[in-house]
Design a protein. Sequence first.
Length: 366
Amino acid sequence: MPFDLPIRKIIHVDMDAFYASVEQMDNPLLKGKPVAVGGGGKRGVVSAASYEARKFGVKSAMAGNLASKLCPELIFVRPNFERYSEISKQIRSIFFDYTDLVEPLSLDEAYLDVTENKNGNPSASLIAKEIRTRILNEVGLTASAGISINKFIAKIASDYNKPNGQKTVNPEEVLEFLEQLDIRKFYGVGKVTAEKMYQKGIFTGLDLKQKSIDYLDANFGKSGRYYYHIVRGIHTSEVKPDRTRKSLAAERTFSENLSSEVFMLEKLEHIAEEVSRRLNKSKVAGKTVTLKIKYSDFTLQTRSKTLKFFISDKSVIFETAKDLLYQEKLNNSVRLLGISLSNLNTEKKEKPKEKKSVSVQLEFKF
C-alpha cells in the first residue's frame, strides 16, 4: 500500500432507488410494488426503478415499453424533481452535522471526508452507520454506504451491500480487495472498455495490475494511466464541497417523430423557457448554447454557439437554438430535442494546489 500518499477517511453515501423510494414513501399504495419513475409506452424511458421492479430486470434508461413487457404489473409514476430536491436537501443537512467536506454527485449520492469530523469520532464506519440510521428515522428512506481511504474505493464499496447496508475497506485490505474485483465493478470502466479488457484477458483487478503502464497507455490511451493507478489504490482526488455546476439543460422526447424544422420551433420554445427558468432559479447565466438532436435512428448530433455575453433570458436562448436548428439540414426525422447552456458565470479558474505527502501507519483504523 502506498502509504506515502494522503490517506483519508472517505464515506460515499448512496440512497437506495431514490426517486422510486420517494414515490413509495409519499404514496403508501405503491409500497412493496414494482414502480418505475418515468414514462411508459413506446416513447417513454425509465428514469429509476424500485427494487421490486429491478427483480424483473427493469432498470434506468430502459425503454418504457420493454420495461412493461418484463414486468406487466409495473406502475409508472411521473418524476417530481422538486420533491426529490426537497428530500435531498434534508439528507444533505444531516451530512453537514458531521463534516463540512461534503461533495454531492447528484440528488441521491455524495462523498463525505470525515478524517477530521465535528463529532471527533475516530471511526468512519460508525459515522456512516449513524448517518444511515438518521436518514431512515428523520427522512424515512434507506441509504447504503462505502467507507475507505479514497473516493474511488468508497464508491465501489457502497454498491456491495445494497440496499440498506454498508461496507468498509480498511487500508490493509485495499490491495486484496481491488485484486479480486471484477473489472466491470471498477468505477470508470464502462461496458465498451470492459469488453475490450475481456478481449485482452483482463477480467479482474489482479489481471489489470499485471499490465505495465506502457501497455495500458498503448491500449487505452489517456485512461491507461488512470487504470494503472487505481488498481494500486492510488486516487488522490479530494472531496470538494464547492463543486461548480458546468452546465444546465432541458430536453424533450416526442410522442411522434418530427420531420420539419417548422414543427420543432414550438417545442424548442418550451424547452428554452424551461432552461431559462432553471437558470434564473439557480441565479446563473451562460455563454455557450448547445442544441441536442436525437434522430429516429437514435444517432445523436450536437450544435453549439458561444456568445460574447452571458445570457439567461428565454428569448435569447430560443433565438440562438433556432439559429442552430437551421444551421444545417436535418439528417432524419427527430425524436428528441434538448438545449443546454454551458460556460457559466459560476466557473472559476482554479490555481493548482501543492500536494502534500502524509505518512500513515497501518493502525489507521476505520
